[in-house]
Design a protein around this ligand. Sequence first.
Ligand code: DSN
Length: 414
Amino acid sequence: MGVLEHSDPELWQVISREQRRQQDTIGLIAAENHASRAVLEAMASVLTDKYAEGYPQHRYYGGCSEVDVAEELARERAKRLFHAEYANVQPHSGTQANMAAYFVLLQPGSGFMAMKLDHGGHLTHGSLVSFSGKLYRFIPYGVDRETELLDYDEVERIAREHRPKLILAGASAYSRVIDFERFRHIADLVGARLLVDMAHIAGLVAAGMHPSPVPHADIVSSTTHKTLRGPRGGFLLSTAEFASRLDDAVCPEAQGGPLMHIIAAKAVCFGEAMKPEFVSYQQAVLDNARLLASELQRGGLRVVSGGTDNHLLLVDLRDLGITGKAAEEALEAAGIVANRNAIPFDPRPPRVTSGIRFGTPAVTSRGFGPDEMTRIAQLIIKVVTNIGDDKTYKEVRQEVEDLCSRFPVPGLSD
Ligand code: DSN
């Protein structure tokens, strides 16, 4: 930071304030995490300067010998970590990874099945405001109204009725184990391909704490920055069958020059995920999420589907008579950062919602454990049952800052 502070103080101050914000607040956004200092160093390296369109040993530019090694390391480590035959580490994000997978598996106008957004799906899983809903014909499936669990019989019924070319499994707000084997079976029944978007659970999969989609899916898309704790970016895995088509779909069909500094940081992240401490970290992520869910329930909140099997949980706020938006804003005023989120069959619009989503990857990276999660649950309950009370927000904010001061944000401190 030494140079930036003087060369561009305005921007340096933004970064300094954001560091302070991360340090002084409790981050419970399920899709966020804190990358290690090693990952940050790779991202902030001169590899950002290099143009390298193409793939290792087949570039459209000279001078690629070192970035070739970085990309090979990332590809090989991704394959080893997830036991996959092929990996592409160039997607700039999960959206680009999904785009490339669709380019391979669908034609414009093709029908594909995916989970509805308000049941836990993602914008790129067929939403009309995303390219995925504009280019392709989205056929939705969802969870059961009573159990709020994926209804595989209903998925099968819809697949038999519509005979989609592709079934997508994966979610951004579903707290239960996804049965990829069953999805494969349904896809085979109707002659569809299976794409799994494992972005949220990639770290759990790497650590063996969620069944892997790799043996079942034709293509797996993911990001590196959620439970996996790497740099912001995407990647793809598949069988050898799709290797050359996926390479073309990522570059040049969906993207131009790869972000070589990010690819190097992905290599670091995959390396970190192979270490034994990564397994303990993922176990702590799960333990913290389960404890947070049960403590919130003990305090009277309704957790969608009754609990969690992964790193996130959804709370239905309707009994409290407040919206997701109101809860998000109140919690932020008290130093607890989360996001409003639709719950299944949500009567409210996406900008308001009836739910709030909490996730434990980031706080677990800071070292929060059972005592802290229990206290956080109490603080959340205090805030959401006292909406509009500035005194409550101030009291909670003070306690949050005290708590946070004992847990430095990794990346800044390690
Ligand atoms: N936007 C991410 C999330 O919050 O789940 C997914 O891309």
